[in-house]
Design a protein. Structure first.
Length: 178
């Protein structure tokens, strides 16, 4: 069916807008200030969701050095960001960590560097989001370490994270409940 009149004008407009978006995305990615701009957008609340969507739709378009610079900011959003944006941030991290071994190592390295700061907060919300992220990224060793920290924590809400995740993953053959 090659009849251009078979589709309504609205469909043609959608296709034109999609093409314009693709060209804009390509041009932005080639801009000299791409990395600076994307980092600024990630750190600006009103621009954060658009920046995350750009990264998600572009994955795995970042070079390893770009990912190394951007990953810590995306990790912070994935662990302690706006609830809507943390879901997109997790999707970005998952896409990169599942495409290339080096990207996975870069994300894991960024996470390892940020872990101490996350754990020093003693914030139940942050610990729970961190555990969810570790499950999403399929990092069972890091999750096991986090859960041991949660288990021995004096805060009952944090200790509850150990119970919640241990039970959930013991049933699936993952983490074993001690």
């Amino acid at each position: 069916m090659n009849d251009p009149d078979a589709f309504p004008d609205e469909w043609r407009l959608v296709k034109e807008a999609e093409n314009a978006l693709l060209v804009s995305r390509f041009n932005f990615k080639k801009h000299a200030d791409f990395k600076k701009t994307i980092l600024l957008a990630l750190n600006t609340t009103s621009e954060q969701a658009a920046a995350l969507r750009f990264l998600k739709d572009d994955a795995p378009g970042l070079s390893d050095p770009e990912l190394a610079e951007i990953a810590p900011v995306v990790l912070d959003i994935a662990v302690d960001g706006n609830i809507d944006n943390l879901i997109i941030a997790r999707a970005v991290l998952l896409q990169y960590s599942s495409h290339f071994l080096q990207s996975r190592k870069t994300i894991k390295s960024s996470l390892d560097r940020r872990l101490h700061e996350y754990l020093s907060s003693d914030d139940e919300f942050l610990y729970r989001r961190l555990a969810e992220l570790l499950v999403t990224l399929d990092l069972p060793d890091a999750l096991a370490k986090l859960l041991l920290i949660c288990k021995d924590n004096g805060n009952p809400e944090i200790a509850e994270i150990y119970q919640d995740f241990s039970i959930r993953y013991a049933a699936g053959g993952g983490l074993k409940n001690e």
